[in-house]
Design a protein around this ligand. Structure first.
Ligand SMILES: C[S@@+](CC[C@H](N)C(=O)[O-])C[C@H]1O[C@@H](n2cnc3c(N)ncnc32)[C@H](O)[C@@H]1O
Length: 268
């Protein structure tokens, strides 16, 4: 991206959307984002593949939801357009992307301009579920009387404990019809040396968002009201893998995330 930032964007402070974009090989980032990501890459060899492992989980989980008959998706914390975006994997579904980042909004709107009848982007804060759920674009494209897949993929680590991430998931789950799905992945400290987690958090502390590596029990609690589909909450690379030959770096990277898909049953 041109080093001249759009208005409202501070290019000197690393930012979640742009760091993730850089780590996935994108161009919509600034020097400060690249520098922060390079520090993470230098810490351990698998760090380079952490975003990719998550992104692949997202694609497999969306494909799974399509196979279950889901025709509408609400993607909270959508990120910069990358390869295999939700509306491309679910190529006939209606999709609403939500992201608060102005750079994401500019790029996503450009990408989606030709597909307006079934895809839209809401620039908004997912921590305001009432506003998001009533947004005219959500109302236009999502029919809550039918099953919906709601995605919280690699985003809740940016919501502080005090902002009640579990409560937020519950707020989005409330209007969902039976048969709806929750697709969720989260950075985890489970199984990793505390010192390495601390060093990573130190890099993220200089960005403009919270980065919380949470434990398994906490992440599992976000699925309350949903039945986890097989294989449950796992390292993202272990969730219905489809690579014929597992890649050791990718597998190691996958252990930094826990991911799963829950199905809302009748009466929940
Ligand atoms: C790490 S990216 C993940 C993108 C995508 N979900 C994926 O997994 O590939 C997280 C995205 O969530 C967005 N985000 C973080 N906090 C948010 C909030 N409170 N409201 C809306 N978007 C948010 C960031 O701007 C960023 O684009």
């Amino acid at each position: 991206m041109d080093e001249e930032a759009p208005s409202g964007v501070n290019p000197r402070i690393p930012n979640m959307a742009r760091m993730y974009d850089y780590a996935l090989g994108g161009k919509d980032n600034f020097a400060a984002d690249r520098e922060a990501v390079q520090k993470l890459f230098a810490m351990s060899p698998e760090n380079r593949y952490v975003p990719l492992a998550n992104r692949r989980f997202l694609r497999r989980a969306v494909r799974y939801a399509v196979e279950q008959g889901i025709e509408q998706f609400l993607d909270l914390g959508a990120g910069l357009p990358s390869q295999g975006n939700v509306h491309e994997v679910a190529s006939r579904a209606r999709v609403v992307y939500v992201d608060h980042d102005p750079v994401v909004a500019v790029h996503a709107r450009a990408l989606l301009a030709t597909d307006e009848s079934r895809v839209s982007l809401v620039q908004g804060d997912l921590r305001e579920p009432e506003t998001i759920l009533k947004h005219p674009e959500v109302v236009r494209l999502i029919d809550f009387s039918r099953p919906v897949a709601v995605l919280f993929v690699s985003v809740l680590h940016g919501v502080a404990d005090a902002e009640d991430p579990a409560g937020l998931v519950r707020a989005y789950a409330r209007p969902l019809a039976p048969g709806s799905h929750l697709i969720l992945s989260h950075l985890t400290r489970e199984g990793h040396p505390a010192e390495l987690v601390r060093r990573k958090e130190e890099v993220f502390a200089r960005s403009n968002t919270v980065f919380s590596y949470r434990g398994r029990a906490e992440i599992l609690s976000y699925f309350e009201g949903f039945e986890l589909v097989e294989p449950g909450l796992t390292a993202v690379t272990a969730w219905r893998p489809d690579d014929p030959v597992p890649d050791a770096d990718l597998e190691a990277a996958g252990s930094w995330w826990l991911g799963g898909v829950g199905r809302r049953a009748e009466g929940q």
